[in-house]
Design a protein around this ligand. Sequence first.
Ligand SMILES: Nc1ncnc2c1ncn2[C@@H]1O[C@H](COP(=O)(O)OP(=O)(O)OP(=O)(O)O)[C@@H](O)[C@H]1O
Length: 293
Amino acid sequence: MSATELAVEGLTLTAGAHHLVRDVSLTARPGEVIGLVGPNGSGKSSLLRAVYRVLRPDTGCVRVNGADAWSLPVRRLARTLAAVVQESGAGIDLTVREVVAMGRTPHKRLLDGDTAEDARLIGAALEAVDAAGLAGRSFDRLSGGERQRVLIARALAQQPSLLVLDEPTNHLDIRHQLDVLGILRRLPATVLVALHDLNLAAYYCDRLYVLRAGEVIASGTPAEVLTPYLLAEVYGVTAEVAVHPRTGAPQVTFLPGEPTAAIRPVAPPPHRPAQEGSGGTSPLPEEPGGSSR
Ligand SMILES: Nc1ncnc2c1ncn2[C@@H]1O[C@H](COP(=O)(O)OP(=O)(O)OP(=O)(O)O)[C@@H](O)[C@H]1O
């Protein structure tokens, strides 16, 4: 299956009088891994919910290969898009294998049993997340990290060409974090993933979008986006950014203490919608001394 193009255009989401997301645009080209980063409450999950069709846009739209995701038949969208979300999975009285087998549902007709190919895909998905040994266990009795890996396996079994994940490394030990992100990196799919760990985002994502208070305030490659300046402005932290000598990816080291005036912008940055194409958009003033690379 070839990867899918995702375009979020001028998306605004509200809950009552509260803006969850305001005029957000982003693109993910086929096969790209796009990271969503930003502080708690900045709108990452809300944006993802609109993409996987749980939270209806007030204005703007979500396009999947050019088609409005909210107008597509649910089943057709489910053959394209899989989601791994934070709140899913509680209270599922099924075995692990049965949960992963649910990933095959969009590809089958009502009452169809598992084919040999389904069984192969379910087994491969379990193997991929190191959960083959859990197949017969009750899903409800798994640890948080085991459950998370099984939900990722279910999404893999769905064979999506667009995969949307909300903090997929939550609960995972470092070995399984690296494994899961490595799998996402190698999938023949487009990936949109919310991550809190900026070093993992820097290493595994092609491009990042930075959200703050429901708006995109910067986007671009990790090296373009992850500067001490931006980290001071968005998270209010002091950080140093170096290029890792082996991976070539930006590596952020956080330091105690408030950011100093030298790396704090004087005025809040104006909002400028993120743009498609190469090169990042950052409304933040130039960092003294130029790029961190
Ligand atoms: N249904 C709702 N009604 C009112 N406010 C909401 C609702 N859903 C989310 N919010 C608020 O909208 C903001 C964005 O929430 P969201 O969950 O999208 O942020 P997030 O970036 O995913 O946060 P986190 O990093 O903590 O997971 C938060 O302030 C949240 O409290």
